[in-house]
Every structure is written in structure tokens, then in C-alpha cells.
Design a binder for this molecule. Structure first.
Ligand code: PMP
Ligand code: GLU
Length: 398
């Protein structure tokens, strides 16, 4: 019944973790949830009101497949204003989330056996989306000593004649790594030698940078790559709009046209009222974004402090996004009271969920075993409660 294309494709681990927490809560368990990456506060009221106003004004019909002219203009204005990138609305396609555009970009460009370079640790969906379209994800590991960043020699070594894309996610999910101008320049020098390789820049966490770190749009530093770059972004994280499902890609006309073809044959168009609300988010006041960033920075600091006090955890403060990616190597080899060995990060996640009621995601799912991913897009009280529960569960290990 099922297509061979699905062989080996996993469900999204972050979505699966959320489903598991929801099910445990429905069964009456109290769970401190550090899994899913989404702001815990509602969409700002002026954006919600804009969506409601659009509904009442009758914006309830199909729109253009690549998004309404108003939203694509708002995106073009945003890219110029915030990222100094000049795109015309016809070089932009809007989808049901950034994830949808990434998916369709791979669908539009990959032939059987084409390779896509995915630096690890990576957002869980890139390798599976590549595999779903017949591509081969080429995972390039990094180390904590390099702040989990792709280095030019590692990139050079991974490129072959079949390489179609490099996916660069800055700020990074799950490590929070933020690429600097110099690092981007050095990676660009490698890409300049390999014209067959396109660059996908996933900048969805651009506004959440901490401690003086700054987001640099890769194309700012590497304008010569514009004709082979797809810029990915969306409103989910910046405006707490994960459920509205609006994301976008900006790139060369032929690629945007191919993505639009797939959109027209699959979803027809993104939700009309969500598009109206997203345009208001991008065109309107931006203070809610700055406030959210300040809130996340305070939570980051508390989360890192909490984790650094835990035996067996080692956690560097992330420069961006809203995740920490601590090493739990210090817990491996320990035993639970029931005598079970904690051999891997997956065992640690299961133990903490069962015995502490604290939910995290295993680093293995992000291509980097021995770590956990924990989201700090949650209240300080939740972070502190999680800390107390984790301390108690870890004290029980021998
Ligand atoms: N890229 C990264 C790195 C993400 O963490 C997410 C979050 N799901 C997305 C893209 C997609 O976000 P959305 O589909 O909600 O726009
Ligand atoms: N990006 C979020 C996360 O990593 C949302 C879930 C997803 O789409 O994977 O938790």
C-alpha cells in the first residue's frame, strides 16, 4: 500500500515528543515540557485582530498560490528593511510554514541520488525531507569545540559533483550557534569554487540572539551567491504565530516559479486570513519582537544556570534561538534504582520523562548523540520546577 519513498523516513521527533507529552498529560501525568520549540505566549493582539478583521471583511477565499500580493510586498519590505536584501514580490513564495517551503524546494530540485549537505547538529526535518524526495542527506558533523559550526574544510570535503544544496541554519536549532560575518565569508569562499551547490539559508530564529551576538543574513556577506540562494524565513517564531502556518522563501525567479507550481498542485494557497495577519505582523510595530527576545534571553540565562548545577550535565550558553543543547556524557554509564543502565541520550530522555516528569528530546534525533535538546520558550517558573525535578531524579542514580 505505501510508497517505497517512505522507507526509512521518520516522523518529526519534535512533533512526536509534543504528541507524547500531550498524551501523558491527557492521562493525568504532570509533565514539565522542554520539548517543542514554540513561544509559550499568544500572538500579539493587533495581529490577531488583523486576522479577525480580514475574516469579517470577507477575505475567506482562495488567494494566489504563491501568496497574496499584499503579503509578498510586506515580505519584500521586511527583507529590505531588516536584512538589506532586495527581492521583488515575484521572487517570493509563501507557504504553510517555512517547513512547507523547504519541503517544496527539495521537491522542486532533487533528482534520485542528489546530495544535500546538512551540517549536524541539524533541525530534525532536513534529512528526512531530503530523503523523501530521493535525495541523499550528507550529514557533516561538528563539535562543541567549534561551537557546533560547519567549518570550511569540512564543507569542502563533503562537496561532490552530486551536491545540490548546503542547508545553513543560523541561528541554529538545536545548538543556538550563530554564524559570524567572517565564518560566512569563509564558507562562501568554498561555495564560490563549486557552482553546482545552492545555498538554503534558514533564518527563522534571526530575531532571537543574545549576549551581543548578531544575526547576519548570509547573502549580506555573500551577495555573489544570490542567483543560487533560497532565503527561508517565516512568522512562526518572531510573532508567536506557529499555528497560523505562514512561512516563505525568497530566491531566483525560476526556483520560485517551480515551488509555486508545486504549491498550486498541492495546497492551492496558504490560508487567506493567516496571510492577512502575517502581513500585519510584518508591516506593523515590531516592539513585541524585541520584547520577546529580551524575555528569551532572561530564560536562557536561568536555563543555563539551572543545567550547569546538575551533575552529569555540561551546558554552554547558546548565542541564539530558544534551545539549549547540553552534553549528558557525564550521565552515560550510570544506573537507575531499578538497575537499568543509561547507555545513550535516548535512555536519559526516557528516564527523565518517567522518573522526573521532565520532557526533553534526545540529541541523537539532531544527529549528535550524547546531548539533549531543551527548549526555553517556557516560563522561568517552569524552568525552576524542572530543575528541582531533575536534581531529585539525578540524585537517585548510582
Ligand atoms: N526551520 C527551523 C530551524 C525550525 O526550527 C522550524 C520550526 N518548526 C522551522 C524551520 C519551520 O517553522 P514553520 O514551519 O512553523 O514556519
Ligand atoms: N521547530 C520546532 C521545534 O524544533 C517545531 C517543531 C517542528 O516543526 O519540528 O521544536
Amino acid at each position: 500500500m505505501l510508497a517505497q519513498r517512505l522507507d526509512g523516513v521518520k516522523p518529526s521527533p519534535s512533533m512526536a515528543a509534543k504528541t507524547r507529552v500531550d498524551a501523558m498529560r491527557a492521562a493525568g501525568r504532570r509533565i514539565v515540557d522542554f520539548t517543542i520549540g514554540e513561544p509559550d505566549f499568544p500572538t500579539p493582539p493587533h495581529i490577531v485582530e488583523g486576522g479577525v478583521a480580514a475574516l469579517l471583511a470577507g477575505q475567506t477565499r482562495y488567494t494566489a498560490s504563491n501568496g497574496t500580493p499584499a503579503l509578498r510586498q510586506a515580505i519584500a519590505d521586511k527583507l529590505l528593511r531588516e536584512n538589506a536584501l532586495a527581492y521583488r514580490p515575484e521572487h517570493i513564495a509563501v507557504g504553510n510554514g517555512a517547513k512547507h517551503i523547504i519541503y517544496n524546494a527539495f521537491a522542486a530540485t532533487l533528482n534520485e541520488g542528489d546530495e544535500v549537505i546538512v551540517p549536524a547538529p541539524y533541525w530534525v526535518s532536513y534529512p528526512d525531507m531530503v530523503a523523501l524526495h530521493g535525495g541523499t542527506p550528507v550529514v557533516v558533523p561538528s563539535s562543541g569545540a567549534q561551537s557546533f559550526k560547519l567549518t570550511p574544510p569540512a564543507l569542502e570535503a563533503a562537496i561532490t559533483a552530486r551536491t545540490r544544496w548546503l542547508v545553513l541554519n543560523t541561528p541554529n536549532n538545536p545548538t543556538g550557534a550563530v554564524y559570524t560575518r567572517d565564518e560566512l565569508t569563509a564558507l562562501g569562499a568554498v561555495l564560490n569554487r563549486h557552482p553546482q551547490v545552492w545555498l538554503m539559508t534558514d533564518e527563522i530564529y534571526e530575531h532571537f540572539v543574545y549576549g551581543g551576538a548578531a544575526h547576519v543574513a548570509p547573502l549580506n556577506v555573500l551577495p555573489g551567491l544570490a542567483e543560487r540562494t533560497l532565503v527561508i524565513n517565516g512568522v512562526s517564531k518572531a510573532y508567536a504565530m506557529t499555528g497560523w502556518r505562514i512561512g516563505y522563501g525568497a530566491g531566483p525567479a525560476a526556483l520560485i516559479k517551480a515551488i509555486t507550481l508545486l504549491l498550486s498542485q498541492s495546497t492551492s494557497c496558504p490560508s487567506s486570513m493567516s496571510q492577512a495577519a502575517a502581513a500585519i505582523a510584518l508591516d506593523g510595530p515590531q516592539h513585541t519582537v524585541t520584547e520577546a527576545a529580551a524575555l528569551f534571553e532572561a530564560r536562557r540565562d536561568r536555563m543555563v544556570q539551572m543545567l550547569q548545577a546538575l551533575p552529569g550535565f555540561s551546558c554552554a550558553p547558546p548565542d541564539g534561538a530558544f534551545y539549549v543543547f547540553p552534553s549528558v556524557a557525564g550521565l552515560l554509564g550510570r544506573r537507575t534504582r531499578a538497575g537499568q543502565l543509561l547507555a545513550t541520550d535516548v535512555d536519559v530522555v526516557l528516564y527523565l520523562l518517567e522518573h522526573a516528569g521532565v520532557a526533553a528530546i534526545d540529541g541523537n534525533s539532531y544527529g549528535m548523540p550524547g546531548h539533549l535538546r531543551m527548549s526555553f520558550a517556557t516560563g522561568i517558573d517552569v524552568i525552576e520546577q524542572g530543575g528541582r525535578l531533575l536534581q531529585a531524579a539525578l540524585a537517585d542514580l548510582s
